[in-house]
Design a protein around this ligand. Structure first.
Ligand code: MOS
Length: 727
């Protein structure tokens, strides 16, 4: 018997391609006759363009054209409901009018024969503005009408609660800062548009370009075989994608547009800044009675971006009374977008810090406090949980992390100049699934090609899908080739929200199951097959050979079967359509952190971290670790380092580069360990997975903040936790 591929610690099937530099990222694709575009960004955050002087740019050798609202054609900008465009408001229409809505907004594009000439040209375009004072500060700015939720009477219950806490938590804007910059190559062949793009959703970008240009989606092809990290930034087609396509049409030549590192901060989305006001009431034994969440988050003036910040407050802990109000505040900024653990991560910082504050107030162990408030059903709507094993996460995590060595009193453990603290936090993320398809093709050599229009922004989609396909087809991993990232492939949902494995993986499983059954049916009906007359249910496939389960000697290979039947291939289309959920489905985790804080310098070092996860079945343990450890590294960034700084006087981001925007480097990252509870969740998806990529990030920042409190006795309610805050 060959070993099962699912559950085996396989290395990335495309690892060699990537480490040898042969993987093709968006800007790498060779295109004959390509010319280069550089965006000119506005230098004011609000106002009108009063003049554009492109003469100096146009005089430059190699510059072909400068396009702005003065000479750009009108674009259709049809509504596009099947997108990650926010429901409220309207996306930025590039070069359609003289309005400036945020600092760095594209106001012109220079196209030239070389990238250098384009960049130089862009620096020479003179734009004059009638500027107004922008509003970019979340604090004290009027908000949109709130999204609300209520059960019980939280305000009344708060008044009678024996223990009451009231806190405001603040998080800053974070940018995705993936290694690969956003880039697009666009080429028109008559009325047909082909785009090589950095995207987490080729189908989404295809539909968005079709809507923007007023053409049919079939006339647009989007290709994106490799994505060099994204963390959510590739979930929308941003204005530069339109600009590349527009410029290509105007010049009747293929155009390549690569955003500069600086332009990524205004040209794509970000995790919005939040102000999270939380009131909490409990009895003396720590049983929660009520929570009141008043949440404010930034959005742009032209789109109302909302994310799933409310869910955890409704279902993570048991309590009769909850009231929530979530207000977005329109500012003169570009529109935010999902970033790893969107909404949930911010909610976790507030809620999980607050639980820690309550534990301290009542002198109850933080884990014990959480146990006392563990619900038996989803109290937001009374549905049962498909699986919820948070208690096991706590028990296992406490044991493996050595939680019993934690002296309860804050500021009670020292190591020289360092104050040592341990903290923990729960994390929860919605199990998301959406319809997906996958094509499966078995060729005459007995090798399989499996295709779906999904992406791989880094989790290792090709590898995990290969594992699922190999087992379902009865092939070795080597005999399976999984391809993705082309809108001509079977459609899939956005590669985000931790839904790829559950959705696309289930479609792959279905397509491969169908194909294996088709081959078995063909064999048992074939008089010349050794399997003729066998019961199809008794036939299995191992290493590409169909055989009777109880009589492995009786059988034949896919190759023999196809050759004898004059078939060059077998082909199926697998699909997954999620049923109306009857269960409350979430992935869970418990994150533990130990920190050391230099009591004189306020320096925080994370010493070790452990995550224990209830995420259903683990398809690919090595890749799961890559996700979990990466999620923890990202969480260290959110907790201690990442902070997009805006100068509110002019709305400019002042640290739009990787020298001043801090992300964790090797020296910031200690020993990290991830543990996954055995098991699966068949309600969540046919292949038993709940989704992993987000939940591993979600509890990290509060676990670190709680550890900092335990180390120092100082409660920091603002991220990132800086040395200044601790001094
Ligand atoms: Mo993730 S924020 O859904 O890419």
């Amino acid at each position: 018997m060959s070993r099962q591929a699912v559950g085996a610690p396989l290395s990335r099937v495309d690892g060699r391609l990537k480490v040898t530099g042969r993987a093709m990222y968006a800007a790498d694709h060779p295109t004959d006759g390509v010319v280069h575009a550089a965006v000119v960004g506005s230098t004011v955050a609000r106002g009108r363009i009063t003049g554009i002087d492109a003469r100096a740019a146009l005089a430059l050798s190699g510059v072909l054209k400068v396009i702005s609202h003065r000479n750009a054609p009108r674009l259709a900008y049809r509504p596009n409901p099947s997108s990650n465009n926010p429901e409220g408001g309207e996306r930025l229409h590039v070069f359609q009018d003289d309005k400036v809505l945020f600092h760095g907004q594209p106001v012109a594009v220079v196209v030239a024969t070389t990238p250098e000439a384009a960049q130089h040209g862009a620096s020479l375009v003179e734009v004059r503005y009638d500027a107004e004072k922008p509003s970019t500060d979340l604090t004290g700015t009027p908000a949109h009408a709130p999204v609300t939720y209520a059960r019980g009477d939280a305000d009344q219950a708060m008044r009678s609660a024996a223990v009451r806490l009231e806190m405001t938590y603040r998080t800053t804007r974070n940018h995705h800062n993936a290694l690969e910059p956003h880039a697009t190559i666009a080429r028109w062949d008559g009325d047909r548009l082909t785009v090589w793009d950095k995207t987490q959703w080729v189908v989404g970008t295809q539909k968005e370009l079709a809507a923007v240009f007023g053409i049919e989606p079939d006339a647009v092809r989007v290709i994106s075989p490799c994505v060099g990290g994204a963390f959510g930034s590739g979930l929308r087609a941003w204005p530069h994608v339109t600009i590349a396509a527009l410029a290509a049409r105007e010049l009747a030549r293929p155009v390549k547009l690569v955003l500069t590192r600086k332009q990524l901060y205004s040209g794509t989305g970000y995790r919005p800044a939040y102000e999270y006001h939380l009131r909490l009431g409990s009895d003396r034994r720590g049983r929660l009675i009520a929570m009141v969440h008043d949440i404010k988050a930034e959005t742009s003036s032209y789109e109302d971006f909302e994310e799933g910040v409310l869910a955890a407050g409704q279902m993570l802990y048991s309590m009769p009374h909850v009231r929530q109000a979530y207000r977005t505040v329109p500012l003169d900024v570009n529109t935010p977008l999902y970033m790893r653990g969107p909404g949930h991560a911010t909610a976790a910082f507030a809620i999980e810090s607050a639980l820690d504050e309550l534990a301290h107030e009542l002198d109850i162990d933080p884990i014990e406090l959480r146990r006392r408030n563990e619900p038996s059903e989803d109290e937001s709507d009374g549905t049962p949980f498909s699986t919820r094993r948070l208690r096991e996460c706590y028990t296992l995590g406490a044991r493996e992390f050595g939680w019993d060595r934690r002296a309860p009193e804050p500021r009670s453990t020292r190591d020289g100049d360092w104050l040592i603290g341990m903290g923990m936090a729960a994390g929860v993320h919605t199990t998301r699934r959406n319809p997906a398809q996958a094509r499966v093709l078995l060729d005459a050599r007995g090798s399989a090609l499996v295709e779906a229009a999904t992406s791989d922004m880094g989790p290792g989609t090709c590898t995990a899908m290969t594992q699922v396909a190999a087992d379902a087809l009865g092939l070795t991993v080597r005999a399976v080739d999984f391809r993705l990232g082309d809108s001509t492939m079977p459609p899939t949902p956005a590669h985000g929200g931790s839904q790829t494995m559950a959705s696309v993986g289930s479609a792959v499983q279905d397509g491969c199951d169908q194909l294996r059954r088709q081959a078995i049916e063909l064999a048992v009906a074939d008089e010349r097959s050794p399997l003729h007359g066998a019961d199809a249910g008794d036939v299995a496939v191992t290493d590409g050979r169909l055989h009777v389960k109880d009589d492995p000697a009786r059988g034949e290979t896919y190759q023999q079967l196809l050759a004898r039947n004059n078939r060059t291939r077998l082909e199926t289309l697998g699909s997954f359509t999620p049923e109306e959920p009857r269960f409350s489905m979430y992935a869970y985790g418990a994150t533990f952190a130990e920190v050391a804080v230099d009591h004189r310098l306020g320096l925080v070092r994370v010493r070790r971290m452990l995550g224990v996860y209830d995420v259903g079945r683990i398809i690919s343990p090595k890749l799961a670790d890559s996700q979990a450890l990466g999620g923890m590294v990202g969480g260290i960034g959110t907790a201690l380092l990442e902070h997009t700084v805006t100068d509110h006087r002019d709305g400019r981001i002042v640290n739009a580069n990787l020298a001043d925007y801090l992300v964790p480097v090797n020296a910031d990252v200690p020993d990290l360990r991830a543990i996954y509870l055995d098991g699966e969740d068949r309600e969540a998806s046919p292949i038993g997975v709940k989704g992993l990529g987000e939940v591993v990030h979600i509890g990290v920042a509060p676990a670190i903040a709680n550890a900092v409190f335990h180390a120092t006795g100082r409660r920091i309610r603002r991220l990132p936790i800086t040395a200044e805050a601790l001094l």
